[in-house]
Ligand binder design. Structure first.
Ligand code: ADP
Ligand code: F6P
Length: 316
C-alpha cells in the first residue's frame, strides 16, 4: 500500500513529530510513504518525495514542518482538486493523511469524496476544531505565550503598568482563555465573549482602584485595532500603557513533550485507519483517549467551538 502525508495551513509545533510517527508506523506496516511538499500546492504540482527512516531522523524536536506548508487557493477550485487527484493516481497513492486545521480539513473532506482515502490530523495552534480537546501545537504555543507574558509582567509590576497582549487563535479564544486561566492575565476579550472598549476600561479601573496596578489584558487577534484600544484606555483612565502583538513568536519553537506525544499517538492512529480502509475521518483526543470521528460529524464549515465559560467566570 502506498500512502502520502502533507501539512497544510499555518505551521504548528509538533507537525514534525506527527510526520515522524506516520512515517515510522507506515514503514512498520510495510507501506510505502510519500511526503507531499508545501501542502495542497505540492499535490497540484506533483511535488512529492519518498520518505524513509532517515528522512525523519531528529525531526521530532523541530518546530515548523519539514514538508513545508502553504495556503493554496487553487485547491479551493474543482480544477485544482482534479489535478491533485491525478497526481495521487500517478504515484499510485491510495491513502492520504492531511495535517492541518479547519480549512485543511475542508479540503481533506473533498478529497475523500473524490475517492482518495483521506484522514485528518488536527495540527493548529488555534485549537479551534470542536471535536477534539487538543490540537497538535496548541500546548507548545500556550507555553510560549505564558513565557512572553511572564517577561512583560516583570516590567509591568516594576512600573505598576498595564499591557495589552494580542495572541493568535483566529476566531477561537482558547489561547487567550487558557493563558489567562494559567495565571497570565487579569482581563480577557475573545471572539466568543467580546468586551467593548468601555467594558475593558471599567474592569481595568476597578482593578486599579482596588490596588492591582499592574494588569495584563489579553485579546484575541482580529478583534480590535490594538493601537486604538490602547489610546482609548490611556485617554479615558489617564494612564500610560503599551500594546504588544506576539505574532509569529507564538507559532515557532520546539514542541512540548505533550505535543510530541499527542502527535505520535495521533499519527499512529491515522496510519491504522488507512490500513483498515477508512476514509473521511479525523483523529482527535477526548477525555484523554485518542478518538476518530467522521468528517460529517464535525461542523468544519463553522467556527463554533465552545469556550469554557464556567472556568472563565470563576477564575477571572
Ligand atoms: P488551516 O488548515 O490552518 O485552517 P487554511 O484555512 O488556510 O488553514 O486552509 C488551508 C488550505 O486548505 C487552504 O489554503 C486551501 O488550500 C484548503 N482549503 C481551505 N478551505 C477549503 C475549502 N472550502 N475547500 C477546499 N479546500 C480548502
Ligand atoms: O491558523 C494559525 C494562525 O497562526 C492563526 O492563529 C492566524 O490567524 C493565522 O494562522 C495567520 O496566518 P498567516 O500565516 O497567513 O499570517
Amino acid at each position: 500500500m502506498r500512502i502520502g502525508i502533507l501539512t497544510s495551513g499555518g505551521d504548528a509545533p509538533g507537525m514534525n513529530s506527527a510526520i515522524r510517527a506516520v512515517v515510522k508506523s507506515a514503514i512498520y506496516n510495510n507501506m510505502k510513504i510519500f511526503g507531499v511538499k508545501c501542502g495542497y500546492r505540492g499535490l497540484i504540482e506533483g511535488n512529492l518525495i519518498k520518505l524513509n527512516f532517515s528522512s525523519v531522523d531528529n525531526i521530532a524536536e523541530k518546530g515548523g514542518t519539514v514538508l513545508k506548508t502553504s495556503r493554496c487557493p487553487e485547491f479551493m477550485k474543482e480544477d485544482g482538486r482534479k489535478k491533485a487527484v491525478d497526481t495521487l493516481k500517478k504515484f499510485q497513492i491510495s491513502g492520504l493523511i492531511v495535517l492541518g486545521g479547519n480549512g485543511s480539513f475542508k479540503g481533506a473532506e473533498k478529497l475523500s469524496k473524490l475517492g482518495i482515502n483521506t484522514i485528518g490530523l488536527p495540527g493548529t495552534i488555534d485549537n479551534d476544531l470542536n471535536y477534539t480537546n487538543y490540537c497538535i501545537g496548541f500546548d507548545t504555543t500556550l507555553n510560549t505565550v505564558l513565557d512572553c507574558i511572564k517577561r512583560i509582567k516583570d516590567t509591568n509590576s516594576s512600573h505598576d503598568k498595564t499591557t495589552i497582549v494580542e495572541v493568535m487563535g483566529r476566531y477561537c479564544g482558547d489561547l487567550a482563555l487558557y493563558s489567562a486561566l494559567a495565571g497570565g492575565g487579569e482581563i480577557i476579550s475573545t471572539p466568543e465573549r467580546k468586551l467593548s472598549f468601555d467594558d475593558i476600561c471599567e474592569k481595568l479601573n476597578k482593578n486599579i482602584l482596588s490596588g492591582k496596578k499592574d494588569n495584563i489584558i489579553i485579546i484575541t487577534e482580529r478583534m480590535y485595532d490594538i493601537e486604538k484600544l490602547q489610546k482609548y484606555i490611556e485617554d479615558k483612565l489617564n494612564i500610560s500603557m503599551r500594546g504588544t502583538v506576539l505574532g509569529f513568536l507564538q507559532r515557532g519553537g520546539s514542541p512540548s513533550a505533550f505535543d510530541r506525544l499527542l502527535a505520535g499517538k495521533m499519527g499512529v492512529r491515522a496510519v491504522q485507519l488507512l490500513l483498515d480502509g477508512c476514509t473521511g475521518r479525523a483523529v482527535g483526543i477526548r477525555d484523554n483517549k485518542i478518538i476518530d470521528v467522521d468528517f460529517k460529524d464535525i461542523d468544519i464549515e463553522n467556527h463554533n467551538k465552545k469556550l469554557e465559560y464556567e472556568l472563565l467566570n470563576m477564575l477571572l
